[in-house]
Design a protein around this ligand. Structure first.
Ligand code: SAH
Length: 236
């Protein structure tokens, strides 16, 4: 976080005195300064992020950091993405409201909530059981669980049970696009995924249309690693 953001964050952080900050105002400022100002245009994405109370997806002691311009820890060595990255990824999928979406890496459930506000149904898969449970609780607390199924499992192999998906969003970095995710992508379909090394990745938008696969660079990024059979191998 930049120094100026820290100072305004501390100045505005009245939760220390037992009073909740004005999260609705912070949310609007986030949408204006972090999303609109950087080129996010899709009105559905902007409306969803203006509506969903991001503070409810953070660990209670960090909820006052809900609208900072950075990732925030959510436990188990994982992070909730910077708001701009969530917006950019969802915008890339060009959702209209009819889609069945696979979200790999549920984490806090926030990204799934944004997808669910726009798409018809979201299957959100998380490999860490405690986080899957937390995501379920967070989504229920804000009344967003109606069209979101949280599954605990290895999403590096997708979730074949409900394939094909009109859109797939992967929130953890893979060494390459897992072929099983491409197999589970509908035609036409759109897949957004960070691909590269453990430290630096390209956020790539992969599209399938009439059997043809195309991939383009969206931006450079750094995500936590995708684990599991088609991700990075880590000793437990
Ligand atoms: N989208 C989340 C943040 C994701 S952080 C949010 O809005 O909060 C990336 C998440 O991917 C972590 O929770 C991590 O545990 C999970 N993850 C890593 N590898 C995975 C895999 N193979 N299958 C499912 N989830 C995985």
């Amino acid at each position: 976080m930049a120094f100026l953001e820290w100072t305004s964050f501390i100045a505005n952080n009245s939760s220390e005195r037992g009073v909740e900050p004005d999260y609705a105002a912070q949310r609007k400022e986030m949408v204006d300064r972090q999303l609109k100002a950087r080129g996010i245009r899709d009105p559905r994405v902007l409306a969803a992020m203006l509506e969903i109370p991001r503070e409810e997806f953070l660990p209670p002691h960090l909820r006052h950091m809900a609208y900072i311009d950075d990732p925030v820890p959510i436990g188990f060595g994982q992070t909730i993405s910077q708001p701009y990255i969530t917006a950019l990824m969802v915008e890339c999928l060009e959702l209209t409201g009819e889609e069945i979406v696979l979200d790999v890496g549920a984490g806090s459930g926030y990204h799934a909530a944004v997808l669910g506000a726009i798409a018809r149904w979201v299957y959100s898969i998380e490999i860490i059981p405690e986080l899957a449970e937390q995501a379920r609780k967070n989504l229920a607390r804000v009344g967003r669980e109606a069209n979101i199924t949280v599954i605990c499992g290895d999403g590096s192999a997708g979730y074949p049970e409900r394939a094909p998906y009109d859109a797939i969003s992967v929130a953890a970095a893979a060494p390459e696009v897992p072929p099983k995710l491409l197999d589970q992508l509908n035609d036409p379909g759109r897949l957004v995924i960070p691909v590269g090394s453990l430290w630096d990745q390209e956020l790539r938008l992969v599209t399938k249309r009439e059997g043809k696969i195309e991939s383009r660079l969206v931006t450079y990024c750094r995500f936590v690693p995708l684990r599991g059979g088609n991700g990075w191998a880590f000793p437990d």
